[in-house]
Write a new protein. Structure first.
Length: 257
């Protein structure tokens, strides 16, 4: 299904894609096969809050070809804005769907991020789960700032480069290097490499369906994520409350006869 102009909604000043996993996967596949380049961000509460105070992160989201709501609270705000069918589009789910459907259209993938052992596990898992997947290459870039991590030199004929550097480094990296990677579409998927390779365990389906995957991640990585969640979630609640109050008390346009 061709998706030439996907619907969008503004969430706290960020233009975000509105739809579901199927629509998002179709939009990415179409753009990749057309060779239009650009990059795609998956925006959760952490990234959304960073964009409110960090101009570089905000610019990276603003310049993206597509920003997807990778977080139940982000999709909830879309629904509050009048888009009743808006749902979360998670990175691991999106990557799996695109890899699966792309087999029928000879879509070629490049994987950039994580570590070499994790990449090897990821490629093995994808080949078992999606026989016939076409892999153009895989590189574990090591550590460094977004500008210092040079893009791979052998992207070659890949339609999509999946970037797993983690937020917000991957958003800054994609914006900095996107031109050098054309015509490939670059998609930042954060921890999707770890989930699909089996390196990290995802939340049970019932938690995913009820928007509680963040709670499972906090339980499995409390030291790394505890401080981040405490800070960003509190800021999100305060910012969202202020935004909703502004909408509630905004003057209504006068009725016309």
């Amino acid at each position: 299904m061709a998706v030439s102009s996907p619907p969008w909604s503004e969430v706290l000043g960020i233009r975000t894609f509105v739809g579901d996993l199927d629509l998002a996967a179709d939009a990415l596949i179409d753009r990749a096969l057309e060779g239009r380049g650009g990059y795609v961000c998956l925006c959760n509460v952490h990234t959304l809050m960073l964009a409110q105070s960090d101009e570089a992160v905000r610019a990276a989201l603003a310049n993206a070809a597509i920003v997807l709501p990778d977080g139940a609270p982000v999709a909830w705000l879309q629904r509050r804005g009048g888009h009743e069918t808006a749902t979360r589009v998670g990175g691991a789910d999106l990557m799996a769907a695109v890899v699966d459907r792309g087999r029928h259209q000879e879509l070629r993938h490049f994987f950039f991020g994580s570590t070499q052992p994790n990449l090897a596990r990821l490629l093995s898992a994808l080949e078992v789960r999606y026989p016939g997947v076409e892999v153009a290459g895989a590189v574990a870039p090591g550590f460094g700032s977004a500008a210092a991590i040079a893009p791979p030199l052998d992207v070659g004929s890949a339609h999509i480069l999946w970037c797993g550097l983690g937020a917000p480094k991957q958003e800054l990296w994609m914006q900095h290097w996107v031109r050098a990677l054309e015509p490939a579409l670059v998609v930042g998927v954060g921890a999707a490499f770890d989930f699909l390779s089996g390196t990290k365990q995802r939340a049970p389906l019932w938690m995913q369906r009820h928007g509680l995957e963040w709670l499972h991640r906090l339980g499995t990585e409390p030291r790394r994520l505890g401080g981040r969640y405490a800070a960003t979630n509190c800021r999100f609640v305060a910012t969202t409350a202020a935004e909703l109050a502004k909408r509630l008390w905004a003057p209504k346009p006068p009725l016309r006869d």
